[in-house]
Design a protein. Sequence first.
Length: 116
Amino acid sequence: MSNTKSFPDCIKNALPEAASTISGNLTGYVLSGEKCQVVFWEVKKGFSVDAHSHDHAEWGIVIHGSCEVCIDGKYTTYNAGQEFYINPGESHSAKMSDDYKALDFFHSPDWIKIKQ
């Protein structure tokens, strides 16, 4: 897996940036389709996302670094190359490491808002 600090310009220049209200340390590049979104996430300095849920599935794969995901009270650490799946309605939170990169699929066309 890649250990670069950022996604290549071909991704960052081609996709709109996510409007993150979670942390200034989180940057996302959003690919939107008719029924889903794929987001290229990068985190410079680690942080946590509070517990939340949504009405759609979420699948992710860690590209660099690690994250500890808590799904319905069960904690699992995922490292580069490992993937996770969150069912619709499941409460989940996450703690990302420094220099974390991941790819997330959301089975929703508009869950992640675009930066204006």
